[in-house]
Design a protein around this ligand. Structure first.
Ligand code: FES
Ligand code: ZN
Ligand code: ZN
Length: 310
């Protein structure tokens, strides 16, 4: 297969033709930068916290956020990386090593926050207690605590935006999950830019890889030679999301463009969903003073279960 733009060998076939290594890299970077511009994800005055894990998506988004800032002359001394170490044995420590190396090489300050230090236990130790007697998986504890610490530390750093590495596949999965579980309220929090700027308890979250498929991100990381673990979280196979992922991959294989279709339809509905979302009441948690929909936030409620079990 030959590149549609030059004589070289193609590395990937896309809807509008095949591309060689260097044409693929420029196509990919261009798409990310256009997404940032189109949805105004990053602005000159922003102080940017990139939520990283050391995996392929987060290294790509970290690298390209810096490159974007350089291209548009946005001061990169306002750029930070933040990683949440959940305490997942044999997994997180490896990706954190990759991340530390990457940040050192690219001269980006890195902050690490730990479940154990701030919430009392590692994920490995906490979820069996918190989920005891339920059919819930580790992901529910992980998700709540991660979002909690991300927002908390981003605020501490003084960030005005949290950049995340969510790609098109992640987003399509999240949309379908919310639909299948009738979580219409949560759906309004998705999209390339979320978390409402109007609320000072939340830092806005933005997703520059919103229109990039998982395969594209993977190829970009390989072609750029980033040192990265492609291993997934050991709990990922247990979660509901995994089944949705398999189903969507199968569909995509049979009917090309399925995932893109989900994203397109969702973006058309998003303004209405967001109106609904804005009406939700957010108040400071009585215990930790972070954002909460109830008297006590979800993160503190889970922490309480651990304290009672002690
Ligand atoms: Fe659910 Fe890692 S805890 S994927
Ligand atoms: Zn080419
Ligand atoms: Zn709280």
């Amino acid at each position: 297969m030959q590149c549609g733009k030059c004589d070289l060998k193609a590395v990937m076939e896309l809807q509008h033709g095949a591309l060689c290594k260097s044409h693929f890299i420029s196509y990919f970077e261009d798409k990310v930068f256009r997404t940032i511009n189109r949805y105004q994800l990053i602005q000159r005055k922003d102080r940017i916290c990139v939520a990283t894990s050391g995996g392929k998506d987060s290294l790509t988004v970290l690298y390209l956020t810096k490159k974007y800032c350089e291209k548009y002359q946005i001061p990169t001394n306002n750029l930070f990386a933040l990683v949440i170490d959940e305490g997942i044995a044999e997994y997180r420590e490896k990706t954190v090593i990759d991340l530390e190396l990457f940040c050192r090489k690219h001269n980006i300050p890195l902050k690490i926050a730990y479940f154990k230090e701030e919430l009392g236990k590692t994920l490995d130790d906490a979820y069996p207690i918190i989920n005891q007697g339920t059919s819930k998986k580790p992901c529910n504890v992980c998700g709540v605590w991660r979002r909690y610490l991300l927002n908390k530390h981003a605020k501490k750093i003084g960030a005005t935006k949290v950049v995340t590495g969510h790609n098109l596949d992640d987003e399509a999965q999240a949309i379908i999950m919310n639909l299948f579980k009738a979580n219409v309220d949560l759906a309004g929090r998705l999209g390339p830019l979320s978390g409402g700027s109007e609320h000072d308890l939340f830092v806005q979250r933005v997703k520059p890889l919103y229109l990039c498929g998982e395969k594209e991100v993977r190829l970009y990381t390989v072609l750029k030679g980033f040192q990265v673990q492609f291993a997934e979280c050991p709990y990922s196979k247990e979660g509901y999301r995994h089944h949705i992922q398999e189903m969507l991959n199968e569909f995509e294989h049979k009917y090309k463009g399925t995932k893109q279709g989900i994203i397109k339809s969702f973006l058309a509905m998003l303004p209405r969903l967001q109106e609904k979302e804005e009406k939700q009441q957010i108040t400071p948690c009585r215990k930790c003073h972070e954002a909460a929909n109830n008297d006590i936030c979800n993160a503190c409620q889970m922490k309480e279960v651990l304290e009672i079990a002690r």
